[in-house]
Design a protein around this ligand. Structure first.
Ligand code: TGC
Ligand code: FAD
Length: 409
């Protein structure tokens, strides 16, 4: 894995705030009773890893806009990379609900940490598993699962975001290789990635997936700076100037936009769960603050207006949990449709963003500081609302599903 701009992780850890992470999960409708022992074990293990490894450093890394790349190994060790892909390739072999719960707990820590895992598992390992040859699976999946390799996913281009079908990145046949040209934009993990799953048009205009490796001549991945959101996640471009990619690196088993879009379905599903984690962290912090902060001689939680905020927050979190759980049971049966996934991604991310904003108000002035996690979650969720399909694109997917009429084009 390439080093990024982390100069000395030990110094960073020391500089971070050392407040105890007092987070407690919230389960107003006893949804734990719907989970099995494997789900609960995975949940508790990831929650304690986040408390130990993420919470003590995340405000500092976010503040400095540096990705804590040293956490990739720990994420691999807790099984966050490809939890629901088969164990024979070094992956978790768990079900879709376990995958969702792991994403929830990671995003409880920070959306950027969940992104590190989503991209690796759902956008890099999943397409190699689903559309790759057996040789490609054996070559890449164990190394990606163990964190030895870091991957990224290149779909979005400078001029084609919501409309990836318009992409101009292309491959041209040249004997036993393809020549790849073009550029991708907003690519999570690209500056630190060893491989990139890149979507490009062939000479017939069909979208193909190719595995581009770090060090291939003509390939670079410059970092994008200046983000006010997802600051602990590293984002970059992918630039291809006559990159010679062996034909053995093309994913043989898919052609067309449904290839990358299927990967997005997998990742959007994880985000539907992940956003609940961010929302719970904001609610948890606001609830505690409302009991501890005294104004006019009373805890602010005693005022009706604060109670309205908190009551609405836990109601929305509970609805989102039920939506995610039901989506998980459908996914376990192979029956979750892309439109159902869109609905859950859109609803749950928007819910989390609204809760972050309300929680920020409950914390008053302190809410804008890094003493509390809410402002960081709020800023992160602005990205989560946009990537993996914007809030409005998901609305149009639902609209098309219920009317049968396409409003995109
Ligand atoms: P359209 O004609 O509707 O579809 C083309 C083909 O794809 C199929 N399909 C899907 N298959 C699987 N899963 C899905 N979610 C699918 N959606 C569509 C469809 O059935 C069709 O198949 P076929 O066999 O008929 O060819 O395509 P369109 O060009 O009209 O576009 C539709 C639209 C707008 C919904 C789609 O392009 C879209 O979802 N746009 C949003 C783009 C997006 O989400 N980009 C995300 C980039 S990756 C990212 O953000 C990673 S962030 C990661 C992190 O850090 O966590
Ligand atoms: P645009 O598509 O230009 O949209 C701008 C606005 O227009 C939006 O509000 C949108 O909803 C609206 N709009 C567009 N079309 C329509 C329409 N038909 N009807 C109504 N409204 C419309 N991409 C990757 O491939 N890999 C990654 O790893 C990745 N990571 C990312 C990390 C970060 C931090 C960010 C910010 C983005 C990342 N993305 C990644 C890109 C992300 O998926 C895109 O930003 C997203 O799909 C939107 O594309 P866009 O930014 O070009 O916005």
């Amino acid at each position: 894995m390439m080093e990024n701009n982390v100069k000395d992780p030990k110094v960073a850890t020391k500089a971070s705030n050392n407040k105890e992470d007092r987070f407690q999960g919230h389960d107003y409708y006893n949804i734990d009773e719907l989970l099995n022992d494997d789900h609960l074990l995975a949940r508790d293990a990831v929650r304690s890893w986040v408390k130990q490894e993420v919470s003590p450093i995340i405000e500092d890394y976010s503040n400095r806009a540096v990705c804590p790349t040293h956490l990739f190994k720990g994420l691999a060790d807790i099984g966050a990379f490809g939890p629901s892909l088969p164990a024979e390739y070094g992956c978790g072999g768990m079900d879709e609900i376990a995958y969702g719960i792991i994403m929830q707990e990671l995003e409880r820590g920070d959306s950027g940490i969940r992104s590190m895992a989503s991209v690796q598992g759902s956008l890099v390992m999943y397409p190699i598993y689903k559309f790759g040859s057996e040789e490609q699976r054996r070559k890449y999946l164990p190394k990606l699962a163990s964190g030895e390799f870091i991957g990224c996913f290149g779909l979005t281009e400078p001029d084609h975001g919501s409309d990836p079908g318009g992409m101009i990145t292309n491959i041209k046949d040249d004997g036993d290789s393809y020549i790849l040209n073009g550029a991708k934009m907003w690519i999570t993990n690209s500056p630190v990635a060893d491989i990139a799953v890149v979507w490009a048009k062939d000479e017939e205009g069909k979208i193909r997936g190719v595995i581009v490796e770090k060090g291939m001549e003509g390939f670079s991945a410059p970092e994008i700076h200046g983000k006010w959101s997802l600051r602990a996640s590293i984002t970059g471009e992918l630039v291809f100037e006559d990159v010679r990619v062996p034909k053995a690196n093309v994913l043989p088993n898919v052609k067309g936009l449904k290839g990358p879009l299927s990967c997005l379905s997998k990742a959007r599903y994880g985000i539907a769960w992940g956003a609940i984690g961010a929302a719970m962290d904001c609610y948890d912090s606001a609830l505690r603050y409302s009991q501890e902060r005294i104004q006019f001689g009373k805890p602010i939680g005693q005022f009706q207006l604060t109670q309205k905020k908190l009551a609405e927050m836990i109601t929305e979190i509970t609805k989102a949990q039920l939506l995610a759980w039901r989506l998980g049971t459908l996914a376990n049966d192979g029956k979750a449709t892309p439109a159902q996934i869109s609905m859950a991604k859109r609803n749950n991310v928007h819910m989390a963003l609204e809760i972050a904003r309300e929680a920020r108000q409950i914390h008053g002035g302190m809410g804008i500081t890094n003493e509390y996690p809410v402002m960081r979650h709020m800023m992160n969720l602005e990205t989560v609302l946009t990537y993996e399909g914007t809030h409005d694109i998901h609305l149009l997917i639902t609209g098309m599903d219920v009317t049968g009429l396409n409003a995109f084009k």
